[in-house]
Ligand binder design. Structure first.
Ligand code: C5P
Length: 298
């Protein structure tokens, strides 16, 4: 018997970042939108905990106990006093180290897959609590849809979305480490007065209306200057997508994936074609959001 869970990637349509806290984290007002790029995690009984990964970027995924899928299985097993005797197979489609919560998706997916396989029946609150312990973006991977994340991003309030938003994602040849991008954010902000992060009402209204033109003028990512500082060539990708007709272009989360908001699915496909030919990125994907959170497939 095995259990397969499908988990979406995310894009941040507003990532407002406050000053570094004493614990090193940053308070956020983080508006997440789940999009239709998915990893699938299959849990099968095994003699001991084992993680394998397949997909184009599989060689860049750690298979040891630093993998969030492994950590999720260990955390659930420990809470319920059982052995984490499971093989977790990750079918990876979300860009690795790309700012789209691919690692977080695998953590949330493995948690739900193990809970189902083992019949643990952990209440939703417990699953969310384990997710928050695994990483700031992991609770959102479980929940999906659209949500405002406060605290370090793990305290979620669900948001209404009035329609589908169509996106193009340009994948970079290299990855960016999230802590390195936050460190660069701190360095660039040294000596400056960094305001308390808030989610602009205009972003929430545009989401609620399902209005891409309104969202395009409201979306913003406070980590973008830091990501561009570490990866200046992303400026060329952003410019190429804007020139191709994107309503808006921004770095996704901590990057280096860049995200382009399109008017509709047809426009997204046109922008993807132009970006693919531009020579400014490694690969291009289209996706729509909101997408459902972690879902058991069998
Ligand atoms: O929570 P998570 O383990 O995903 O965070 C990875 C790193 O990103 C943290 O160690 C920290 O450097 C940075 N981070 C932050 N503030 C947040 C979320 C993440 O500084 N709200």
């Amino acid at each position: 018997m095995s259990v397969t869970v499908r988990v979406p990637a995310k894009v941040n349509v507003r990532l407002a970042v406050g000053a570094a806290r004493p614990d090193g984290y940053h308070d956020l007002a983080n508006v997440f939108l789940a999009v239709s790029l998915y990893d699938e995690i299959t849990a099968t009984p095994a003699d001991e905990l084992r993680v394998t990964c397949e997909g184009p970027d599989a060689d860049r995924v750690p298979l040891d106990r630093t993998n969030l899928a492994a950590r999720a299985a260990l955390a659930l097993a420990e809470r319920h006093g059982r052995e984490p005797a499971v093989h977790l197979r990750i079918a990876k489609d979300i860009p690795v180290a790309g700012g789209m919560a691919g690692g977080s998706a695998d953590g949330a997916g493995a948690l739900l897959a193990c809970d189902t396989l083992w019949g643990t029946g952990a209440p939703r609150e417990e699953l969310l609590d384990i997710c928050a312990g695994l990483g700031s973006d992991v609770p959102f991977s479980l929940v999906g849809g659209a949500a405002l994340g406060t605290g370090r991003g793990e305290e979620l309030t669900g948001l209404e979305v009035g329609g589908d938003f169509h996106w193009v994602f340009a994948l970079s040849a290299r990855g960016l480490s999230t802590p390195a991008v936050y460190r660069e954010f701190d360095r660039l902000g040294e000596g400056m007065d960094i305001p308390r992060p808030v989610a602009d009402q205009a972003v929430l209204d545009a989401l609620a209306k399902g209005d891409p033109t309104a969202l395009a003028v409201a979306l913003a990512n406070d980590l973008q200057p830091a990501a561009l500082s570490l990866c200046p060539e992303l400026g060329d990708t952003l410019a190429a997508g804007r020139a191709a007709g994107a309503l808006a272009a921004l770095v996704s989360g901590s990057g280096p994936t860049t995200a382009f908001l399109a008017l509709d699915a047809e426009s997204a496909s046109d922008i993807a074609g132009v970006l693919r030919a531009s020579g400014t990125c490694r690969d291009v994907r289209t996706a729509a959001g909101p997408a459902a959170g972690a879902t058991v497939l069998n």
